[in-house]
Design a protein around this ligand. Sequence first.
Ligand SMILES: [Zn+2]
Length: 217
Amino acid sequence: MPLSPPAATIRTQVSMPLRFTDGYATIARVFSFDGLVDGQENLAFGLGDRATAVTPVGRDSVPLVRPHSECLTGDVFGSQRCDCGPQLREAVQRIADAGGYLLYLRQEGRGIGLYAKLDAYALQDGGLDTYEANLALGHREDERSYLVAAQMLRTLGVAEIALLSNNPDKARQLRRLGVAVSSLVPTGVHLSPANARYLRTKAQKGAHTLDVPLSAG
Ligand SMILES: [Zn+2]
């Protein structure tokens, strides 16, 4: 029996031209909300045919949706310790092409926070993997929740999505929250020497559907 997330409302929606460092440009409609249960300033970016005001009339097409958890170091500074920056860049373009929403969730470092993520990196440099490091710091392996993602989708009038993700846990959580996930659309693998170990751990321990060469890095 799916749980129904509490109702939220759209606070503000504005048009925002985006331009990435590699020159890719598109237009987004950025939504903020009142009533999101985590109290964070989460955002939804409507892209492609969803870069327009939300209308009360439903649409026929199923939007492509990616919940992206904030990663200050990867998203903004291009940290090579993870693949968040390239994942975000790929997602924006693919969603703009297909029409849909990028949900930017303010749960840094798998939900443990920015400072704790750096603490975990220090432990990883001592030999632990990303999951072991989180556990050593007293956190669960992955504390991310997609409840506010479900809230935002409901507020935007979206009941069914194509989910852009390699993470089956996102699909499970969203379905439990009443979002119909009609398909799981895989993202590319963004491998670099610095993140190869991290991606292998994600594939092995997080059951991500990633095809990472085990000999790399
Ligand atoms: Zn990251």
